[in-house]
Design a protein around this ligand. Structure first.
Ligand SMILES: Nc1ncnc2c1ncn2[C@@H]1O[C@H](COP(=O)(O)OP(=O)(O)OP(=O)(O)O)[C@@H](O)[C@H]1O
Length: 855
């Protein structure tokens, strides 16, 4: 039976079961009502499942949602009782050509709210691509499943739009054109309210002097009447006139100044050049919509006055207070004070269209804007940062979360750009380099720059060297994990004209992420994950949640225990173990490389040791980690590894094609996305019909289920559909299936119950300061002693969910010692390897001693 799919599946979980375990036959996850399959093979039928007949889906979807028909009917039947409550918008009249227009705009905006209207985009509309381009510039993406994408206008999103050169009127006009109904006045009021003053004032650094600049002389006069701002004006400084540096910027790695042109072009316009003789209906529609647009005046007059040294922050704060937030832009083309850096992308380096689009938001009007670019894991944020550096061509400082990322960044600079290797330096606890020339690139960690403790002499010297100079660009990697206090410390220590934040998941469980709007700048660009997957830049992933019923013995204990110990019971649930064993066996036989994630270290070891697989956690030594990862990459006998949360980020293993999650971090949406990111880079992503797999194993009827739903929210919004698998047919007959007998299960239960509560708590997981490849494990502290591999400290639950000051915290101090003791190879394979290595080492020593004639 051919695989089939219903449009109603979008972003929803559905009950399914695996019908056959035979790897020769594709695994089909069949729903209980028999109407759906999640195909588990990488063959063509998978592909069919994914793509199917798009038009048929759309038609079915339209019929199901009946938006158009409902709205049309509503016009003639206004008395009809509303089933939509306050969301009944049938009073809005549809435009006659509404079918050609892709947007539905929710008119309900509460007065004074910073959250504006919701906008729904029909992604199947002929104008969807253009509308999407426009929407990602002016609104926040909320949810982007297959057919309907939701965006929201917010104060900050409008701010970001203005920062790339749009005006409130541009936004209103374009929404009016793309909307199926006349634009509600509540919406235009919201836009006017939040755009009338944004972007009117700029703080510009020119020739190393700060200017307050505006295109409207009345605003400059108004600002000068303000006593605080007037007191910051440089003595004797006059108001001067000039023109806006509205030059097209050629972004390095692109053939022309398309990036810059895009923002000067009408928003929503397709950036691709029209193909000759192939003007489509969509082009015609868009052309008609564009006809009334004005061209931007390149010779716009500006008025500015200079402010005194060290008054920038005060002026910025005051401008915000009086409702005229000042945009900060770097006029790098006219910066003649800071030395130029000789850096360009290598001729073979070609940035991808979405990378170019992201950069065009940064360099829209010939100046560099500070802000954040959001791209999925593995989509190439590093190259975006490097290209920004090659465009500005002034001193660059890059800040990362770990020492290993520092070396990766430094190598990537050398790989993609022609920068002299002597112009790239690193600053970590182990390496303190300075570049040779007048300017260059320095890569360091947040902790090195923000440290407040007494520094060693050489570190102190390095800091003086860094803080005494002015940087053109500061790249802030993984901005979502760094606490605001650290950013502030960094900003105090390092002077940079422009800040670029990079992240895959602009998410924190506590909404502190909005602080980044002020600390770094607005979100400039957020890529669409599904689009990148369709284009083959990241892998397509099939996501499934596997429900594992608790065995009776475990469930009885579960009901009577404290919630901390309950966690260990649902993680160690024998059915979950069996499902994990079955999935590993199934995917190994298909030729997949599998990573199993467990936040709980006790469970990680129990699972891995029982299944005779290698594992890595915070206590695993550096050499051991490298050996395990190399074997996973190159040894056909090592196809599965178990990782603690140490592998959540910065893990570049393109061989991995399947993830199984057995224990995770409460409801952390960010961790779920980061973990998925580990397989988005899959090498085989462009093989025909290839899918990577992401399984989350959840013990049924336990609190784990609630967490699981919360965790998936972000990915569902990115368009991933989680299937629910309730039964794995054939599992019972798997040879060597663990815990089949009651005796075995009771033994496991006893073992679990004997564990300390600290082992049981899923919060009892490592505080990982470094990533999997960290070179710091062997670093010495200032007293010449070896630093601990894993740092543990007390923290709250909010901290654990990434909501506090640190991304992850560890509550159990005593486990540190235990982890240290546990270091060393655990699996039989690696124990054998270690013994062989030791034998080789002794033989070498003997040879050398013989050669030297020593007894
Ligand atoms: N324009 C490009 N051309 C060729 N390869 C590219 C390009 N952009 C990125 N890549 C490659 O894609 C891979 C992922 O890039 P990168 O490590 O920068 O991703 P990332 O977004 O930082 O991922 P993560 O969030 O997981 O750290 C790398 O192997 C990189 O070399």
């Amino acid at each position: 039976m051919p695989p089939k799919r219903k449009a109603s599946d979008i972003g929803s979980a559905r009950a399914s079961k695996i019908s056959t375990p035979n790897p020769a036959t594709p695994v089909s996850l069949r729903s209980e009502d028999n109407d759906e399959y999640l195909s588990g093979s990488n063959n063509q039928s998978d592909q069919d499942y994914v793509s199917g007949s798009e038009q048929e889906h759309i038609n079915r979807f339209k019929k199901k949602t009946a938006f158009s028909s409902y709205s049309s009917k509503a016009k003639t039947n206004r008395a009809r009782p509303s089933i939509f409550g306050s969301k009944d918008f049938s009073y809005l009249s549809l435009k006659p050509d509404h079918d050609n227009r892709p947007l539905w705009i929710d008119p309900s905006v509460s007065a004074g709210s910073k959250k504006g209207p919701k906008i729904t985009l029909e992604s199947f509309s002929p104008l969807a691509a253009q509308a999407e381009d426009f929407l990602i510039t002016v609104a926040e993406p909320q949810s982007r499943p297959i057919y309907l994408h939701e965006y929201r206008l917010t104060e900050h999103s409008l701010y970001a739009a203005l920062s790339v050169g749009l005006s409130g009127q541009d936004i209103i006009r374009t929404l009016e054109k793309l909307s199926k109904t006349p634009l509600p006045t509540t919406v235009s009021d919201f836009i006017n309210r939040h755009t009338k003053s944004y972007g009117k004032v700029r703080l510009v650094l020119r020739d190393n002097r700060f200017f307050v600049e505006s295109e409207e002389p009345t605003i400059i006069q108004m600002l000068l009447k303000d006593p605080v701002i007037e007191s910051c004006r440089k003595e004797g400084a006059e108001v001067v006139q000039g023109t806006l540096a509205n030059k097209a910027v050629v972004i390095s790695g692109t053939s022309d100044a398309r990036g810059a042109r895009q923002t000067a072009d009408q928003p929503g316009q397709n950036t691709e050049a029209p193909k000759e003789g192939r003007e489509t209906k969509e082009d015609e529609i868009m052309k008609a919509l564009r006809d009334e647009d004005d061209e931007e005046d390149p010779s716009k007059q500006t008025h500015s006055f200079e402010i005194g040294p060290n008054t920038r922050e005060k002026v910025a704060e005051r401008c915000l207070d009086i409702g005229y937030p000042a945009l900060s832009e770097y006029d790098y083309q006219n910066d003649r004070v800071n030395p130029d850096l000789k850096i360009d992308l290598k001729p073979h380096t070609q940035i991808r269209s979405y990378q170019e689009k992201a950069l065009s938001k940064m360099f829209g009007n010939g100046r560099a804007k500070s802000g954040i670019i959001v791209l999925p894991c593995g989509a190439g944020k590093t190259l975006v940062g490097i290209t920004a550096g090659c465009t500005i061509r002034k001193g660059i400082i890059v800040l990362c979360t770990s020492a290993m990322s520092v070396f990766q960044w430094s190598n990537e600079f050398k790989k993609w750009s022609d920068v002299n290797s002597g112009d790239v330096a690193v600053f970590t606890s182990g390496e303190k380099e300075k570049f040779r020339g007048q300017t260059g690139v320095i890569v360091s960690t947040y902790s090195m720059i923000s440290q407040t403790r007494q520094r060693a002499h050489d570190s102190e010297e390095m800091m003086k060297w860094i803080t005494s100079r002015e940087w053109g660009l500061m790249i802030l990697d993984e901005v979502h994990v760094v606490p605001a206090a650290i950013f502030r410390k960094v900003a105090e220590n390092v002077r940079a004209h422009c800040k670029l934040g990079l992240t895959a998941t602009l998410l924190r469980e506590d909404d502190k992420i909005t602080d980044l709007n002020y600390i770094i700048g607005p979100k400039l660009y957020e890529a669409n994950w599904m689009e990148l997957a369709d284009q083959g830049h990241i892998a397509k992933v099939q996501c499934a949640e596997v429900w594992c019923p608790m065995t009776i013995e475990f469930y009885q204990e579960y009901q009577s225990l404290s919630s901390r110990k309950q966690a260990l019971l649902y993680i160690m649930n024998p059915t979950k173990f069996q499902v994990c064993q079955f999935l590993i066996d199934y995917h190994e036989r298909r030729g997949d490389k599998i990573i199993v994630f467990s936040d709980n270290v006790f469970a990680l070891k129990q699972y891995a040791e029982k299944l005779k697989k290698a594992y890595i956690f915070g206590g695993t030594g550096q050499q051991e980690r490298i050996r395990i990862l190399e074997n996973f990459q190159h040894n056909d006998a090592v196809n599965t590894i178990f990782l603690s949360k140490i592998g959540d980020t910065s893990l570049d293993l393109p061989e991995a094609t399947c993830l199984i999650q057995i224990s995770s971090h409460y409801g952390s949406r960010r961790q779920e996305a980061q973990r998925l990111g580990r397989i988005l880079r899959a090498k085989r992503r462009n093989d025909e019909g290839f899918n990577a797999f992401f399984y989350s194993l959840v013990s049924k009827d336990t609190s784990e289920m609630g967490y699981s739903a919360k965790r998936q929210a972000f990915l569902v919004d990115q368009g991933y559909a989680f299937k629910v698998i309730t039964q794995l047919s054939g599992m019972e007959s798997l040879p060597g299936l663990a815990f089949k007998t009651l005796e075995e299960r009771l033994e496991l239960l006893n073992h679990v119950l004997l564990q300390q509560e600290t082992n049981a708590d899923i919060a009892n997981i490592e505080q990982i300061d470094e990533d999997l490849f960290s070179g710091r494990s062997g670093a010495l502290n200032s007293h010449g002693k070896k630093k601990a591999l894993v740092r543990r400290q007390a923290g709250s639950l909010a901290d654990l969910a990434g909501g506090g000051q640190m991304a992850y915290k560890e509550q159990n101090v005593s486990r540190n010692k235990q982890l240290k003791k546990d270091r060393g190879p655990q699996s039989e394979y690696f124990k054998k390897e270690a013994r062989a290595r030791e034998r080789r080492r002794k033989a070498r020593q003997k040879e050398q001693a013989d050669a030297a004639g020593v007894d």
